[in-house]
Design a protein around this ligand. Structure first.
Ligand code: F6P
Length: 556
């Protein structure tokens, strides 16, 4: 049994994290170090330091991370660690784990780490043991998931549920769909899972066109239960069920809700007995392991869901306790800062070499970009340094035959995270070794390239040599681990969550709000009635928007 975690009170306002990072001597030391690395060359670095791989690799809860192919030395990592210390990363971590309101602009605690704390632990925040609350909901989710999986939960006409449709968007969609795709090899294959997010009716129509309403259960996922896309899709789903089954009473057997807004759920017509709650201290993009993961639990079962949570928790504990120099999420986050602020890199590519992780890059886009795409500090001042990079990616090897050309020979440096697996759940001939050969080949090609002499030695005519030269010195992390499993997925997601946290702590920004999405929502709410109006509406937008609305109305 794990003991309750001792949590110290930390006064965030007093931490060094509130000092603009670029004014710190540790930042200036990194500036100087970066200049000293102008002529850095990975071939030379490896030749000069036979222990480079060992010194720049880490093994953390089954994740082997090779950081040796970075434009960095062990000294760089040391300087980044000093920056992290100066920015108060340790204090920020303690503040998060103790439930302080580190989401300052929304005045909320940030406690997704409590979602995966074992039952035997406790964490009291504002007088409430949140771990006990989490497990109460997990138990209800487990009973419900079992009842669907065992067909004891039946639809309105008495038929068992065969189809589960998750309706949600952003964090109420990306986590569930990513996790389902990643874990479908351990899912109940007798059940069909679909995910509807876009307010574009095509999404709903295509997701449901071959489903029988009598056998279909909708999980309406929305933290707020007000999101336009989700509520519109939920209403269409209700019409689809009620018109097919001929009674409003069908809603009770075909709809469950996941939300923090019980009143909104009841108003929509879903019995709150069929609602699974979570808390305002769970951000949407940090919620796949809360009740938002209900579809995941129905797919893989409560035990496998517990393994997923155990994977998250293992990395949480590592992040909470390991010294920064040995702290993998912190180092990955610090390297992201290194490239963003000291090399001017604008993007980071995440390239998983496993088809099951096909939606992992899309999931990470919300996690990273909604968290760290910020222009003000915790105090509301304009940031003095660049913040969040653009994250993007595709599963390997597909990307190799499309965008890798730019990563190899383009004029911009794109740091890459390769994620690869020693085993596959689907051994098929030599497929997996060929896949793995490609990921190792890509990281080597990026790092070491091919010089003009090597190209010429192949007999390439002199005029063709420049086009074939690979400059090398293209940085990458390689994460090599065992196999895609619930536990492993939990470790990978937590790794990125805490990398995001680390970056936000260095930049002194609020990684847990998302005010930038609001204006577009407000404008859409004004424009929608103007598109729907029978009579020509008075338009008071800018000339371009007014013109587009008029043209749309005349064309539709
Ligand atoms: O608009 C952005 C956002 O608020 C995300 O942060 C969130 O994950 C998504 O919308 C969905 O919100 P909800 O779960 O409240 O429907």
């Amino acid at each position: 049994m794990e003991a309750p975690i001792e949590r110290e009170e930390t006064d965030v306002s007093d931490t060094p994290g509130t000092i603009p990072p670029a004014s710190l001597p540790e930042w200036r030391a990194l500036d100087d170090h970066r200049v000293a690395l102008d002529a850095f060359d990975l071939r030379t670095a490896f030749a000069e330091d036979p222990s480079r791989v060992e010194r720049m690799s880490l093994d953390v809860v089954g994740l082997h991370a090779d950081l040796s192919k970075h434009l960095a030395t062990p000294e760089t990592l040391g300087l980044l660690v000093e920056l992290a210390e100066a920015c108060g990363l340790r204090e920020r971590i303690a503040a998060m784990f103790s439930g302080e309101h580190i989401n300052v602009t929304e005045d909320r605690a940030v406690l997704h780490v409590a979602l995966r704390m074992p039952r035997s632990t406790s964490l009291t925040v504002d007088g409430v043991d949140v771990v006990a609350e989490v497990h109460r909901v997990l138990d209800r989710m487990g009973a419900f998931a079992d009842s669907v999986r065992s067909a004891s939960w039946v639809g309105h006409t008495g038929r068992p549920i065969r189809n589960v449709v998750n309706i949600g968007i952003g964090g109420s969609d990306l986590g569930p769909v990513m996790a389902y795709r990643a874990l479908r090899h351990v899912s109940d294959r007798d059940l069909t899972f679909r995910f509807v997010s876009n307010v574009d009716g095509t999404d709903f129509v295509e997701a449901t066109r071959d489903l029988d309403p009598a056998e279909t259960l909708f999980i309406i996922c929305s933290k707020t239960f007000t999101t336009l896309e989700t509520m519109t899709n939920a209403r269409s789903a209700r019409e689809w069920v009620v018109s097919a089954l001929g009674s409003e009473d069908a809603v009770g057997r075909h709809f469950v809700a996941v939300s923090t807004n019980a009143a909104g759920v009841a108003e929509f017509g879903i019995d709150t007995d069929n609602m699974f709650g979570f808390w305002d201290w769970v951000g949407g993009r940090y919620s796949m392991d809360s009740a938002i993961g209900l579809s995941t639990m129905v797919a893989i079962g409560p035990e496998a869901f517990a393994d997923l949570l155990a994977g998250f928790h293992a990395v949480d504990e590592h992040f909470r306790t390991a010294p920064i120099r040995e702290n993998l999420p912190a180092l990955i986050g610090l390297l992201a800062v290194w490239y963003r602020n000291f090399w001017g890199c604008q993007t980071i590519a995440v390239l998983p070499y496993d088809q099951y992780l096909e939606r992992f890059p899309a999931y990470l886009q919300q996690l990273t970009m909604e968290s760290n795409g910020k222009h003000v500090t915790l105090e509301g001042a304009h940031v003095e340094v660049d913040t969040g990079a653009i994250y993007w990616g595709e599963p390997g090897t597909n990307g190799q035959h499309s965008f890798y050309q730019l990563i190899h020979q383009g004029t911009t440096i794109v740091p890459v995270d390769f994620i690869c697996f020693a085993r596959t759940p689907n051994p098929l001939g030599d497929h997996h070794d060929l896949l793995s050969a490609n990921v190792f080949a890509q990281s080597a090609a990026l790092a070491f390239g091919r010089s003009a002499e090597e190209v010429a030695a192949d007999g390439t005519p002199a005029a063709r040599v420049p086009a074939k030269v690979m400059e090398g010195n293209r940085p990458s992390t390689t994460i090599l681990t065992d196999e895609v499993s619930p536990f492993r997925l939990g470790t990978l997601v937590a790794l990125y969550e805490h990398s995001v946290f680390t970056q936000g702590a260095i930049w002194g920004i609020d990684s847990f709000d998302q005010w930038g999405v609001e204006l577009g929502k407000q404008l859409a709410a004004r424009i929608a009635p103007q598109l729907l109006a029978e009579d020509e509406p008075e338009l008071d937008h800018d000339p371009s928007t007014n013109d587009l609305i008029r043209r749309y109305r005349s064309m539709s």
